[in-house]
Design a protein around this ligand. Structure first.
Ligand code: XBP
Ligand code: MG
Length: 263
């Protein structure tokens, strides 16, 4: 039986609601800047989220919606997508610097409580490292990236979520077995990645992921909860708790270690 040693967080949709009003808007700004008339609506973006990774998402969109597209000036498609994506990252990190994408309820609280309790922290995300850095610095402060013993992000692994690779990467950096950690995710792809690496997982849903299948999650809630703003439990047993805090996580982790899950 392993003691709980570390919490491993997804970023997009989990630490902050970044997709609809962040990444999507930044993609559209990059397209306009490049003179393209592509516009990703809120609904279309929901479909495109089936593919994780911004460069991969642009390629998927082209295959589906502009199959005959050729980059201008004879540029190769990989280089063209990489250029668009670099512009998108520039727009996205500027939006973060402007404070337009706050942390989700309970995130700052839980990170602080976990640090006080001596739990280690890590990140396992599909997004670009510069985005993680900007989000942490602009929401939690300049020293926040240093709170994390591992920041596994973006192209650090070839296969993005739902592949388990990025979680294996984070576990290796932490030097811990999966059974000593808990993962925090917002999507079915993220859950598959974390479970694929053997991590028990807490899900905080958002508007894009609420209807997804979270079978196999330890707990599914609408958010982590704050004093005066209790969470709603959508699946699993939080024992009546109003917030995800360290004592609840220790109980859930111990229970998962000792019991076969029924879900
Ligand atoms: C997040 C993603 C990311 C962002 C865009 O998935 O899919 O691709 O949408 O990031 P997860 P980049 O939350 O499961 O990690 O454009 O930097 O790739
Ligand atoms: Mg996510």
């Amino acid at each position: 039986m392993y003691e709980l040693k570390a919490l491993v967080f997804d970023v997009d949709g989990t630490l902050a609601d970044t997709e609809r009003d962040g990444h999507r808007v930044a993609f559209n700004l990059a397209f306009a800047e490049a003179g393209l008339d592509w516009n990703w609506s809120i609904e279309l973006y929901g479909e495109l989220l089936a593919v994780t990774g911004g460069k991969e998402r642009i390629r998927f969109y082209l295959q589906r919606h502009h199959p005959g597209f050729r980059p201008p000036g004879g540029e190769g498609l990989d280089a063209f997508i990489a250029g668009l994506h670099a512009a998108k990252t520039r727009h996205f990190t500027r939006m973060l610097a402007e404070g337009r994408l706050p942390l989700r309820p309970g995130v700052a609280r839980l990170l602080g409580e976990a640090r006080e309790a001596g739990l280690r922290l890590a990140i396992a995300t599909t997004t670009t490292p510069a985005n993680v850095e900007a989000l942490l610095v602009h929401t939690l402060g300049a020293d926040a990236p240093g709170w994390f013993d591992a920041i596994s992000a973006g192209d650090a692994v070839p296969a993005k979520k739902p592949a388990a690779d990025i979680y294996h990467h984070a576990l290796e950096a932490l030097g811990l077995p999966a059974a000593a950690c808990l993962a925090f995710e917002d999507s079915a792809h993220g859950l598959a990645a974390a479970r694929g690496a053997g991590l028990e997982t807490v899900i905080t849903v958002n508007d894009y992921t609420r209807g997804q299948d979270f079978t196999g999650a330890l707990l599914v809630v609408d958010h982590l909860g704050e004093p005066g703003r209790p969470m709603t439990v959508l699946a699993g047993d939080a024992g009546g708790a109003a917030m995800v805090d360290v004592p609840l996580l220790r109980r859930l982790h111990a229970r998962a270690q000792g019991l076969e899950r029924t879900a």
